[in-house]
Design a protein around this ligand. Structure first.
Ligand code: URA
Length: 232
C-alpha cells in the first residue's frame, strides 16, 4: 500500500494534506524520516509515525448507535439526514448498518465496515433474534401471540413469516422477537392482524443490547466482548 494512502485512511486527513505534512518532514518510516508519499509500505509490518506518534493500521470499526426518528438507515440520501452523518469519525461513509430501521423507528443500529461480521447479523441462515418494543393504535388481542408463532401472511407475499415471539406488556404495548428481516416486517405483521404500529424501537440484536447510557443520536464503539459475541 502507498504510504500516503495508509496515512490518509488511518487518520482521515486528505491525501493532499498528507503530502504537505510529509513535505515538512513530519512522517517517519521505520525510524527514518521519509518525504516520499508513493513509498510502498506493508500495513502491520512497517512502523509509521506522524509527529513522532505511531499511526496504527486502519482496522475494521464496530459501533452501536441510538437511531433517533427522522434519520434514514443509509450513508447517503437526497432528502433526509442519514445515520452515518451522526457518526463523527474519518471515512464515516464507509460504514454500513447491520439491519436497517425505518425512518420513523428508533433504537439500536450496529454499524461496521466489516462485511463478513455484518453478514452474520443479517443473514437469515443465522436466525439471530432481534427484539423490538412496539406500541399500537388498537389494543393487542391475546390471540396475536399464537398468530405470531404460527407465522403470518404479509400483504403481497406468499411465504408465511418465520415463527416470532410476541410478549404483550399492556393493552397497546408489546415486545416482538424476530429472526428474519423482511421489509417493514413488524408493522406489516400487525397490519396483517388489523392493527397499526404507532411506535417501533429496537432494543437488542442477538446478544447486543442498546446501551442505556446512550441518548438518541449518540454512539459508542463496541467492546471486544460484544464484537466476539456475534459468532461465525
Ligand atoms: N420492522 C419494521 O416494520 N420496521 C423496522 O424498522 C424494523 C422492523
Amino acid at each position: 500500500m502507498r504510504l500516503d494512502k495508509y496515512l490518509s485512511q488511518a487518520t482521515g486527513i486528505s491525501r493532499k494534506e498528507i503530502h504537505r505534512i510529509m513535505h515538512r518532514g513530519d512522517v517517519s518510516l521505520n525510524g527514518d524520516e521519509t518525504l516520499n508519499p508513493a513509498q510502498h509500505i506493508e500495513p502491520g509490518v512497517d512502523s509509521v509515525c506522524l509527529n513522532g506518534e505511531p499511526v496504527g493500521a486502519p482496522g475494521p470499526r464496530y459501533l452501536m448507535l441510538y437511531k433517533p426518528a427522522g434519520y434514514v438507515s443509509a450513508s447517503g440520501d437526497p432528502s433526509h439526514p442519514t445515520i452515518n452523518s451522526l457518526v463523527d469519525i474519518p471515512r464515516n461513509d464507509e460504514l454500513h448498518c447491520c439491519g436497517r430501521l425505518d425512518i420513523d423507528a428508533t433504537g439500536l443500529i450496529l454499524l461496521t465496515d466489516d462485511g463478513k461480521w455484518s453478514h452474520r447479523i443479517t443473514s437469515p441462515r443465522h436466525k439471530l433474534p432481534k427484539r423490538y418494543r412496539v406500541e399500537t393504535a388498537d389494543p393487542i388481542d391475546a390471540s396475536a401471540v399464537q398468530a405470531f408463532l404460527d407465522g403470518l401472511k404479509l400483504h403481497g407475499e406468499h411465504k408465511l413469516t418465520q415463527p416470532a415471539e410476541l410478549e404483550i406488556l399492556s393493552s397497546n404495548e408489546a415486545l416482538v422477537y424476530l429472526t428474519e428481516g423482511r421489509y417493514h416486517q413488524v408493522k406489516r405483521m400487525f397490519a396483517a392482524l388489523g392493527n397499526r404500529v404507532t411506535a417501533l424501537h429496537r432494543e437488542q440484536i442477538g446478544p447486543i443490547s442498546l446501551d442505556p447510557a446512550l441518548s438518541p443520536g449518540e454512539y459508542r464503539e463496541l467492546t471486544t466482548t460484544e464484537i466476539a459475541s456475534i459468532k461465525p
